[in-house]
Design a binder for this molecule. Structure first.
Ligand code: SF4
Length: 258
């Protein structure tokens, strides 16, 4: 059972396989994940009710980031990237757009060479203020684990109304600004099979990516404990085979199997 939670607003820096030295920003509570998905593989554990939980304020996030970057700058240890990640989906924070503006300004002031990234599940793209904020972020990493509604229901378990077809259309509006990340796995959950590596799955996923035409696609597998039992890691060889299949359909997109 994975229950790995970040206990600070600003955390790290950590070394990320995908991003380099990354300073994290957690806009969610320190004691509970808050998310619009309940992915069976989430390293933060299951999504539990979160009504009434306090989120860090915009002013608080700005102040903590300034203090940390100033300190890192004085020690010549600035990160490669500042990443919105942490205990759930960052874009559910009601001040997400303002916090992104503050973060861009703080980065420009203290660490102008540093990139800003976000790990988002793309469920808030229909909100104009969230979509606008995501466009200001250098590395906009958006989740698409499957293009098949039934699989999304089993794998990502949306906690509210969600349409994968609408999300694919919203991702298509982002085009090359979107960096899609997909976690591949197999297993059985609640007695039902879950497998986003079947031929039918890969075909639907490639068709979606052909429609989206993202700037980059990242394929990865489980690397930490998962809240659901009975999940199987997909091997690097298999990830590479899926990546090669994708590459033959969208050769102008950078593809990374990590
Ligand atoms: S979208 Fe991310 S934070 Fe939310 S449940 Fe899935 S893996 Fe966890």
């Amino acid at each position: 059972m994975g229950t790995f939670l970040f206990d600070k607003i600003i955390f790290g820096p950590v070394h990320s396989r995908r991003l380099g030295i990354s300073l994290g920003i957690n806009l969610l509570p320190s004691d509970r994940k808050v998310c619009t998905f309940n992915c069976i593989y989430c390293e933060c554990g299951w999504t539990l009710p979160s009504a009434g939980r306090k989120l860090p304020t915009r002013a608080n996030v700005k102040q903590m980031l300034e203090i940390k970057l100033q300190d890192m700058s004085q020690h010549n240890e600035l990160p490669d990237v500042i990443t919105f990640a942490g205990n759930g989906e960052p874009s559910v924070h009601p001040d997400f757009a303002g916090i992104v503006d503050d973060t861009v300004a703080t980065r420009d002031r203290f660490a102008p060479k540093c990139r800003i990234a976000v790990l988002s599940n793309a469920t808030m793209l229909s909100h104009a203020n969230v979509a606008g904020a995501l466009r200001k972020i250098d590395d906009c990493i958006l989740k698409l684990d499957s293009a098949v509604a039934e699989t999304v229901a089993r794998l990502n378990k949306p906690t509210g109304r969600f349409s994968i077809d609408d999300t694919i259309e919203e991702l298509a509006h982002f085009g090359r600004h979107a960096q899609i990340q997909t976690l591949f796995l197999r297993g059985t959950v609640d007695g039902m099979p879950v497998d986003n590596t079947t031929d039918a799955e890969i075909e639907a996923w490639i068709a979606a990516l052909h429609r989206i035409r993202p700037g980059k696609v990242m394929l990865y597998s489980i690397s930490r404990d998962t809240p659901a039992d009975g999940l199987t890691k997909v091997s690097p060889d298999e990830l590479n085979r899926i990546a090669a299949r994708l590459h033959s359909c969208i050769p102008d997109t950078e593809i990374q199997a990590v």
